[in-house]
Design a protein around this ligand. Structure first.
Ligand code: SF4
Ligand code: SF4
Length: 210
């Protein structure tokens, strides 16, 4: 857990927990926040129908291992306009998207869609966990979120498969296309990947697969 906390501290942005140690100040609420989420994610407006029944939070498997995580609270904070607290909360990244809360909700609130949208907005604002940034870096360097390793090469051979999957691993020339696409949609800028800066993505050296 200590190691985990150190990771969070290293982040550019201060990711916090959402425990309410202080009263909510209306002057600090941002009424445009929920409007923005609603606009970007149709269905999110159902959050206004929440009965506060706690059906979502009481059935969440994450809450069993991480009591600080409370989906209902996160959603309520979103409706209230607590932009800064929601987007910077580490709990925003705890949800496994198992959909149990959504299935239990008597009001049909789109809990998971809302969480995913909140995460997108957080990333657009440069807020993401170090592990996610690392995965993004792998995609840009190798064309894979999880590049193949020796162990999986051996497993594939044992299963009678080709040593490498039919991806950029066997078609390294396609990596430049992947990079061109990522660069075109500014994914590199979004995740703070510097290597593409000032270069034509096509001109980048194809890394060897290890
Ligand atoms: S989808 Fe997320 S918030 Fe909902 S029950 Fe599963 S882990 Fe909990
Ligand atoms: S289950 Fe639905 S209605 Fe009940 S608290 Fe959760 S979001 Fe609100």
């Amino acid at each position: 857990m200590k190691q985990k906390n150190k990771e969070y501290e290293k982040m550019n942005h201060c990711i916090r927990d959402i425990s309410m140690k202080h009263p909510i100040k209306t002057s600090e609420l941002d009424p445009t926040f929920f409007e923005e989420i609603k606009e970007e994610e149709p269905g999110t407006e159902k959050l206004l129908m929440c009965l506060n029944c706690k059906g979502c939070s009481s059935g969440c498997p994450v809450t069993g291992v991480e009591p600080a995580y409370n989906i209902k609270k996160l959603l309520r904070m979103t409706v209230l306009g607590m932009r800064d607290q929601v987007l910077n909360s580490k709990e925003l990244w705890y949800c496994t998207t198992c959909y149990r809360c959504q299935e239990r909700c008597p009001e049909g609130v789109e809990t998971v869609g809302t969480i995913l949208k909140l995460r997108s907005v957080a990333v657009k604002n440069g807020i993401m966990l170090p592990a996610h940034r690392k995965i993004a870096e792998y995609v840009m360097r190798t064309g894979h979120g999880v590049p193949i390793n020796e162990k999986n090469r051996i497993k594939r051979k044992e299963l009678g498969l080709g040593e490498l999957p039919e991806t950029v691993h066997t078609h390294p020339e396609a990596l430049s296309e992947v990079r061109t696409l990522l660069k075109a949609c500014e994914f590199d800028r979004l995740v703070g990947f510097k290597e593409f800066e000032g270069t034509g993505a096509k001109g980048l050296k194809t890394p060897s697969v290890t």
